[in-house]
Design a protein around this ligand. Structure first.
Ligand SMILES: Nc1ncnc2c1ncn2[C@@H]1O[C@H](COP(=O)(O)OP(=O)(O)OP(=O)(O)O)[C@@H](O)[C@H]1O
Length: 359
């Protein structure tokens, strides 16, 4: 076993402090994604899955990214770790993380160190991403060794503490194989593994998919508590706007690789501006308040091949479609505390309310 001597990790009662390479992340970092475009190579050439997206994650906040399947959420989240795999690549833009710099420029060892230590990631379907052949404890030790953690006993203590915090018997879970744990337990193990190296930026991709409602509510409660206790900046990716309503301070809505609306969650939910945001909210009974009132959004989201190359990406499904939507991509413009990209909203803002065609 080779343990690197550089990058010493000192374990405090509740975590590790790294002075590796001068990279410090001792408190919730802010993140600024600016003009991010990510493309995948297809038989029709390179096509954007995320196009010119800008988003700020404020330190200490939980931001939720919502959108239907294929809207580009996971691709965007992977960009935070510069982990988009070929045939994909970041084609343009920056991902600036406080204390680290522009991770879109990171390569090799620099990138490997940033992941885990500074950025914790719980992958989509974390329930299935554990190694079936190794106990959780063995996987924890592998993780520690791969990050040069010297005090592995302290790492195990930390893991037990976190698992206990999430209502699990830490010692038992560390001794278990994946098949001995329920879906909810595996999801919590995923969260533990993302937090155990004391990352302060945490990305959770679909943390509650495939869990029953009670387990889902428990996991969301834990996410909120751990976020507050540890002082994290958290990004939650989900197709379920109900999940975001439970957990996120801020909400960003994606469609066809574009960010169509973002702002404080409560404000967006109470008065959605983009027709797509409205459609997503209307489809969720617990947000509508009456199961009979909930309506599925008609039509289907576009694929990489069918997403319009010009004009508004949402126009095919939009009740407010105008001529301009066919040719001009709506700019993301401030709307109070929000940013919205919609020609109908722009027009309603320009025309006093009541007189606008679509107001
Ligand atoms: N490896 C790949 N090669 C080609 N296209 C890809 C690849 N990975 C994703 N895509 C495409 O990029 C687009 C965005 O996918 P992405 O997984 O980021 O969306 P998502 O919103 O996270 O969806 P889901 O909730 O289903 O994961 C989709 O059209 C998808 O088919």
């Amino acid at each position: 076993m080779t343990e690197r001597s550089e990058g010493t990790v000192k374990h405090s009662a509740f975590g590790a402090e790294s002075d590796e390479g001068g990279l410090r992340t001792k408190q919730a970092p802010g993140v600024r994604i600016d003009g991010l475009t990510v493309v995948y190579k297809t038989t029709a050439g390179e096509l954007p899955a995320v196009r010119d997206v800008s988003l700020e994650l404020k330190p200490g906040t939980i931001t939720g990214i919502v959108g239907e399947s294929g809207s580009g959420k996971s691709t965007m989240a992977l960009s935070l770790l510069n982990a988009v795999q070929p045939p994909g690549r970041i084609a343009a833009g920056r991902v600036d993380i406080d204390g680290l710099g522009d991770v879109a420029e990171f390569k090799g060892e620099q990138l490997r160190k940033a992941r885990g230590r500074h950025i914790g990631y719980v992958f989509q379907a974390a329930q299935n991403s554990l190694n079936p052949l190794k106990t959780v404890g063995k996987q924890l030790l592998d993780l520690g060794r791969s990050h040069g953690v010297e005090d592995l006993r302290a790492l195990v203590r930390e893991a037990k503490e976190l698992l206990g915090r999430m209502g699990l018997d830490g010692a038992r879970v560390l001794d278990s194989h994946q098949h001995e744990l329920s879906g909810g337990m595996r999801q919590r193990v995923g969260i533990m593994l993302a937090l155990v190296l004391n990352a302060h930026l945490v990305v959770l991709d679909e943390p509650t998919t495939a869990l029953d409602m009670i387990t889902q509510a428990n996991i969301l409660k834990i996410v909120r508590e751990v976020h507050a206790e540890r002082g994290l900046t958290t990004l939650v990716i989900t197709h379920d706007i109900g999940v975001v309503a439970e957990v996120a301070d801020r909400l960003a809505v994606m469609y066809g690789g574009r960010l169509v609306e973002q702002g404080p969650t409560r404000e967006v939910l109470a008065d959605p501006q983009h027709p797509y945001t409205r459609g997503l909210i209307r489809a969720i009974p617990r947000l509508v308040g009456d199961i009979n009132e909930a309506q599925a959004l008609p039509g289907r989201p576009p694929t990489l091949a069918t997403v319009p190359k010009e004009g508004c990406v949402f126009r095919e499904r939009c009740a407010l479609r105008m001529d301009v939507c066919d040719t001009v991509d709506p700019a993301a413009r401030p709307y109070g505390l929000r940013i919205v990209a919609c020609h109908a909203v722009d027009q309603a803002v320009k025309v006093p309310s009541g007189e606008g065609e679509h107001a």
